[in-house]
Ligand binder design. Structure first.
Ligand code: NZQ
Ligand code: ZN
Length: 388
């Protein structure tokens, strides 16, 4: 049964090969000073930087650059961005990149005028924003996180060995996001497939809870089928526009707050994966793929009916003459075969995790409620051992 909820999403989204042109419609809404945030330089190689800067200049904007946002942005980088935003009295933050750049932009937007240490206030204490927020716009170049249309912002603190995501409210969502699927053609294969699995994980984190008849679950089955279909095409031909555009759109819907409505969620794959990330700095989607199968096999008995439904409706497992356990198990086997086919990480050992790290990773995994089983620390260690 769907419970009570409020749904709205304030991000204006421009999609398609002409999408960047709509930046011209958005820019006049903001003041002159723009903080242009980007990553390690891919946008300079593929020409997106030149296109964006030309439009900013044409609109008379004063540009301050904040380059070098690393995958899994760090708290030290955040402090640097806050200083730049304040010193240049920035009116708009324009993020051009993947989830790391978009997440970082949101972190700067809420932290620049925060009077306390933003890491402590927003990430350790998870407090609401009560200071000035600088508006953010995104030009997305890498697909997976959904950061283009949500309030998520994940920051890593290497000294404390913690990677924490704050899901901010609608006032922090990007004001607009520009999604041109062709901009993702140059994403390296490893990052591309990691992004595909990140999308799958976002959907599954929300799908595997509850036993009620919930429209969100039907929506998610559709998204999953479309993702599996299009990702198989994209790994063979990364410049297949139809496949890449479908995947871009699926990624947005997987985590723009629609499918979570009426659901409870514990996000345990992400909680464990993020802790793996804090210890290894590995690519986000790969930290999820590396722990997913052990996790899902562990909780399958507690949510058997849903795992059976997943096997039948998503993976096309036939039910006749089989027990529920067999059907559910076959679904997970098909998922495993798919993961090997697209080439994601299948274990945390390959991401640099050692036996000595397991206890710390388990401690850094926040234990949440809302799924089929509230895990204990010991269960997390067992899942990690099975994921090695
Ligand atoms: O830095 P550059 O040179 O731009 O290279 C990037 C980076 O190395 C490259 N790239 C991006 N677009 C490209 C490209 N290379 C060539 N051509 C292009 N068009 O890809 C690499 C990875 O980029 P990154 O932004 O790190 O990837 P992703 O989008 O997966 O973002 C990962 C971050 O998002 C967080 C993760 O934890 C991680 O920190 N997440 C954010 C979420 C949210 N906001 O809701 C939810 C997710 O679960 C996730 O936790
Ligand atoms: Zn994710």
């Amino acid at each position: 049964m769907l419970g009570n909820f409020c749904y709205s999403n304030p991000t204006r989204l421009y999609f398609g090969e002409e999408a960047l042109g709509y930046l011209r419609e958005e820019l006049p809404k903001y003041g002159k000073n723009v903080l242009l945030i980007y990553g390690g330089g891919s946008i300079k190689k593929n020409g997106i930087y030149d296109q964006v800067v030309a439009i900013l200049k044409e609109n008379g904007k004063q540009i301050t650059e904040d380059a070098g946002v690393m995958p899994n942005p760090t708290v030290e980088k955040l402090y640097e961005g806050c200083r730049l935003a304040r010193e240049n009295q920035v009116d708009l933050i324009l993020a051009v990149g993947g989830g790391s750049v978009c997440d970082y932009a949101k972190a700067v937007s809420v932290s620049a005028y925060c009077e306390e240490d933003p890491w402590e206030k927003y990430y350790l204490r998870m407090e609401e924003v009560d200071n000035r927020i600088i508006p953010v716009g995104c030009v997305l170049t890498m697909v997976g996180t959904g950061s283009e249309m949500n309030g998520g912002s994940v920051i890593t603190n290497h000294a404390q060995k913690l990677k924490i995501g704050h899901v901010f409210g609608e006032n922090v969502f990007p004001k607009f996001s520009i999604l041109n699927p062709a901009f993702t053609f140059t994403v390296p294969r490893y990052q591309m497939v990691a992004g595909f699995f990140d999308i799958m994980s976002h959907i599954l984190e929300q799908y595997f809870s509850g036993e009620d008849d919930n429209t969100s679950d039907y929506l998610m089955e559709g998204l999953l089928k479309s993702l599996i279909h299009s990702s198989r095409i994209a790994v063979k031909n990364p410049t297949d526009y139809e496949a890449r555009s479908n995947i871009m759109w699926i990624a947005t819907w997987a985590l723009n707050t629609l499918v979570e409505k009426g659901k409870t969620t514990d996000w345990m794959v992400h909680m464990i994966g993020q802790s793996v990330g804090a210890y290894t700095d590995a690519t986000h989607g790969m930290t999820l793929s590396a722990v997913s199968l052990a996790y899902y096999r562990h909780i399958c008995p507690y949510g058997l009916a849903k795992f059976k439904r997943y096997a039948i409706n998503v993976w096309g497992v036939t039910a006749q003459g089989k027990t529920d356990e067999q059907i559910a198990g076959e679904g997970l086997e098909k998922m495993e075969a798919y993961m090997r086919e697209i080439g994601v990480a299948m274990g945390i050992g390959e991401l640099g995790v050692t036996q000595e790290m397991l206890e710390g990773i388990a401690k850094g995994s926040f234990i949440m409620e809302g799924g089929y089983k509230v895990l204990t620390q010991e269960e997390i260690i067992r899942i990690l051992q099975e994921s090695m």
